[in-house]
Design a binder for this molecule. Sequence first.
Ligand SMILES: [Zn+2]
Length: 241
Amino acid sequence: MLKKLTDKIYYLPFNEETDRPILGYVKGEKYSLMVDAGNSKKHVELFMEEIKKENLKYPDFVVITHSHWDHTYGMKYVDAPSIVCRRTNEYLENMSKWQWSDEAMEERLKSGEDIEFCDTMIRREYPDRKEINVTTADIVFEENLNINLGGIVAQAMKLDSSHADDCVVVFIPEEKTIFIGDIISEDFHHGEPVYYKHKLLSLTEKFKELEFETALFGHMEPFEKSELINWLNEVEIEIVD
Ligand SMILES: [Zn+2]
């Protein structure tokens, strides 16, 4: 069920069953913005049904927090221009060439291009993997993009993260809210999960600077700012240089 955070911010909660992240909705006077495109056509359809129930209009744009499958494989099924940073688009371009046979998937696990967890979740979300259709975006920015939605601005910013090198947050100053994707997570894709010291520090400093009250992380309940900072100060995963 869609949750209302403020008069202008809504989100569909995460679902661990197939690793679906939260999907955000920002309601401007002129345009509405979806944050992240979900992991499949079904995920997108669920989101669109839920916003319809709330009498919210179909989003005019969808902005993506990073390239990981659970945030992007629904892009094809959102009938609105998609917005990503250049690095994300490069990853999407690469993934759009992936094959989905058992052999191809096993090969990617061996080469380290993909990890066991995503492999398992993709199989679970897609009983028929022919439905997977990875696409690149319509609008690409480098580091920062402000989207004026009418009476409210969404600021997309690429920030340092251990999780991936294409992480973008979507900050809504007027609502004191920030969508952070998986930016506070560790790197799961290069051996044992780790954080990188300088990236973790840089991210923590940035979050201290930004004036928000609520942070919407992809796979957990919303954080208050102080909780988020504490969480980053006390990560329990190994930190490397
Ligand atoms: Zn991720």
